[in-house]
Design a protein around this ligand. Sequence first.
Ligand code: SME
Length: 177
Amino acid sequence: MDEKIFSSCNRLNTMAESLFIPSTTNRKEIYDSLIPQIQALTEGESDLTANLANISAALKEAFDFFWVGFYVKKENQLVLGPFQGSIACTRINFNRGVCGHCYTSKKVVIVPDVEAFPNHIACSSASKSEIVLPALDKNGEVFLVLDVDSNKLDDFSEVDAIGLSAVIRIVEQLILL
Ligand code: SME
């Protein structure tokens, strides 16, 4: 067996086994526990795709979000990146959807009822509310967005904005690698 691959997998297996999710419905407590674990999970791995994949898996495992994943800016569109959930639209123009609005405004966007958001892109009819956050590169430009969807109305609050912003800070460090 290739030793390099083995040791890398072994390290990740060890990290995955140690992902601890407190048994509470209090999201702040879960974010507080999860964020240092995401920091540890991504430390020492320089591949951005691998890190984004594990971050989306960790968020899915911790909160059982309906859909969680990344759209990465490529040329003049946002293109689907690593995610957890059902299949999703692959390309989003900057003037479309909650993701496009997040990209152009460079702000966290919380949509309590996606049907009331004029430009919403419905990748799944089961999606009812949504939060999208931008990650900026060293020039202050949006490099990617983190999109989280819920199958419940009004499922995201300031607690999620703060918790997921901490995840975005980790992603921004990874972008610099
Ligand atoms: N709803 C998003 C599109 C992405 S999917 O939800 C995964 C939007 O309006 O931008």
